[in-house]
Design a protein around this ligand. Sequence first.
Ligand code: C2G
Length: 129
Amino acid sequence: MIKVITYGTFDLLHYGHIRLLQRARALGDYLIVALSTDEFNRNEKGKVSYFTYEERKNMIEALRCVDLVIPETCWEQKLTDIDEYNADIFVMGNDWEGKFDFLKEKCDVVYLERTPEISTTKIKNDLMK
Ligand code: C2G
């Protein structure tokens, strides 16, 4: 079984997120999503998600391409997660290109094309017009 792992906030879940998750899942047989907690978002990413962790977790878990959702509580957990969950492939959108190459000692690292025309920020801005 090829296990894939990816990380993110996935707030205001949109088709760009879903395309990323579907392509990540297609690289293997099992997809783990490490979902940023509300505290991690606030303290480390400087952002407050619209939906709470539990609400976002329920939405991500409802996706057919997702097999397991775990909390992302810190930047450093990736190395231990890869060991703990026996991940074979680490995936992120290419807005993170190169940032996680240090994980190559543990697993394959794949950066997938980000869906350019959609973002949570764009959704929020469009709704305010
Ligand atoms: N994404 C995408 N296309 C978009 C928007 C997002 O492919 N239009 C991808 C991002 O590249 C990322 C994933 O969807 O791989 C989740 O996006 P975010 O929730 O914005 O994740 P981010 O805040 O970048 O957190 O430790 C890593 C961080 O948790 C990543």
